[in-house]
Design a protein around this ligand. Structure first.
Ligand code: MSP
Length: 509
């Protein structure tokens, strides 16, 4: 059986979760749900990055000890993911004993393999980015992301011998062994190899909030080495346990472009050094702004996904996040468009289709799947508004955008197009007129088409709008949504069909 291991970044436990984190996490959930419905052995990991100077500073500002501080935040992240219907299989926190032991093993292996050496780092460090930064990268002397002057530090560290692995990492990316997606990001990453990529400190001397280096009690593991190793430690890399055997290497590692260099260069280099297999796909989606501006606490435009869920519901929030712009590119989230999109695409289009098909089934067939003699091959009332190829096209699109590539935006666009097609099929065939004119055969054929299409639609929608999909599938009788294959099975004539409550009540502006 195929397996599928998908990860999100582990987010810094220094502030509440916001829709930036939600965006990546919902996307990963779509993939996990899709692969489960295909029957693949799936593992979906998310979690929190709880060590380092950035977290320690935030804890201090909040007047709490670092552990108490991250404990509070972990509750908020887990709650936000629950509200968004995120079905992670594991939530790792880097302060957990299993991670501490695993990260210590990882750095010990790097040393055994000769990938570490002792040296002195003298230079700049931005604790906002948790990275070593050069003068060249500054804009007017400030870190371009955090708009503040990085610290000048001087300390003895264990360095990772990055340069020894760069040619191999580059080759693996060029040859497509390690896929960096989308293609534009792959090119950006390849471009980085022509710039200066220096060996980096794998340990820190002056950061006490971290995991002790097992072979040097005066040092803690550099927060990025600590954090990246979570993808292994969560699988019980320490003992080479069953999960590790089953799921490593990762099939898909998602993140935004802000941390692509760490994932596409540092991470593979460390894995090569440790003698471990590399992830298969690394996907860096775009970064988004809010109403035209960078999302920031100071500007006060941070959107909490819990607020969106309260207003629109879980499924609609997932939809609104992923349907703003293509996943791979930067975009702007406009809050004012949420209600418009909700009303137009979910309430009017999808909601209305589902509601009228179920109502007509009650009215014309007493809530049962009609019996139709029409064969697939003869399909549709040759009026060209809808035929079997539309559902074949739907499945082809789902596969193209979720399996071959990862394009959740395009997938949703295709699904909505299918909904539109079905709506115009209803308008065109006008079942109420067929009923009035007593055209029983035709009416049964049209209604069967519609019910069967709704079942297929429920499968396509399931990774994105899980509760909605489940409601539709259940109302059609039989089982709940157990697999994609099940949604493509014919409906039995006479099978009871329930009416369904309004899925997306219209919302006032
Ligand atoms: N802790 C590190 C990651 C370690 S992974 C081994 C980190 N944390 S973070 O909290 O800053 O999360 C960054 C990630 O959050 C991005 O890569 C992206 O997945 C998500 N996003 C945060 N803000 C976002 C936007 N404005 N737009 C898109 N994604 C956003 O980096």
């Amino acid at each position: 059986m195929s397996k599928y291991y998908v990860t999100t970044p582990i987010y810094y436990a220094n502030a509440k979760p916001h829709i930036g984190h939600a965006y990546t996490t919902v996307a990963a959930d779509v993939l996990a749900r899709y692969h489960r419905l295909l029957g693949h052995q799936t593992w979906f990991l998310t979690g929190l990055d709880e060590h380092g100077a950035k977290v320690a500073d935030s804890a201090q500002k909040a007047g709490l000890g670092p552990q108490a501080f991250v404990d509070q935040l972990a509750v908020l992240f887990e709650r936000a993911w629950k509200n968004l219907g995120i079905t992670y299989d594991d939530f790792i926190r880097t302060t957990e004993a299993r991670h501490v032991a695993g990260a210590q093993k990882f750095i010990a292996v790097l040393r055994e393999k000769g990938a570490l050496y002792q040296g002195k780092y003298k230079g700049l460090y931005c604790s906002g980015c948790e990275k070593f930064i050069t003068e060249k990268e500054l804009v007017n002397g400030l870190c371009p992301d955090h708009k503040r002057r990085p610290d000048l530090i001087e300390e003895k560290n264990w360095f990772f011998n990055l340069s020894a692995y760069l040619p191999q990492v580059r080759k693996l990316i060029q040859e497509g062994e390690l896929k960096i997606l989308p293609a534009t990001k792959r090119n950006e990453v390849l471009g980085l190899f022509d710039q200066e990529l220096k060996d980096f400190s794998a340990s820190r001397q002056k950061v006490s909030w971290g995991i002790p280096v097992p072979f040097d009690a005066k040092q803690t593991i550099y927060v990025w080495v600590d954090a990246l190793s979570n993808y292994l430690t969560a699988l019980d890399y320490e003992h080479g346990g069953k999960k590790y055997q089953e799921f490593w290497p990762a099939d898909m590692q998602l993140m935004a472009k802000d941390i692509l260099k760490f994932h596409a260069i540092y991470w593979p280099a460390m894995l090569l050094a440790a003698g471990l297999p590399l992830p298969k796909n690394i996907f860096a989606h775009g970064f988004f702004s809010i109403n035209g501006g960078k999302m920031s606490k100071t500007i006060g435009n941070v959107i909490d996904s819990n607020d969106l869920v309260k207003k629109f519901g879980c499924d609609a929030t997932r939809y609104l996040l992923l349907s703003q712009f293509p996943f791979g590119i930067d975009g702007d989230i406009q809050e004012s468009r949420f209600i418009e999109k909700y009303n137009a695409e979910l309430a009017n289009n999808l909601g209305n289709l589902v509601s009228r098909v179920f109502k007509m089934t009650q009215k014309f067939f007493g809530g049962r799947v009609p019996k139709t003699r029409r064969l697939d091959s003869e399909l549709a009332l040759q009026n060209g508004t809808f035929n079997q190829f539309d559902s074949q096209y739907l499945w082809a699109q789902v596969e193209k955008h979720l399996a071959e590539q990862f394009e959740p935006f395009e997938c949703l666009t295709a699904i909505l197009r299918f909904v539109n097609t079905l709506n115009s099929y209803v308008d065109h065939t006008a079942p109420w007129r067929l009923a009035k004119e007593d055209k029983k055969e035709e009416l049964a054929a049209v209604m069967y088409d519609l019910l069967f299409s709704l079942q297929q639609l429920s499968g396509a929608l399931a990774p994105f709008l899980p509760a909605t999909a489940e409601k539709i599938k259940r109302a059609l009788g039989g089982t709940g949504l157990v697999s994609m294959a099940d949604c493509q099975k014919k409906l039995g004539a006479g099978q009871p069909v329930e009416d369904i409550k309004i899925l997306f009540p219209r919302m006032e502006k």
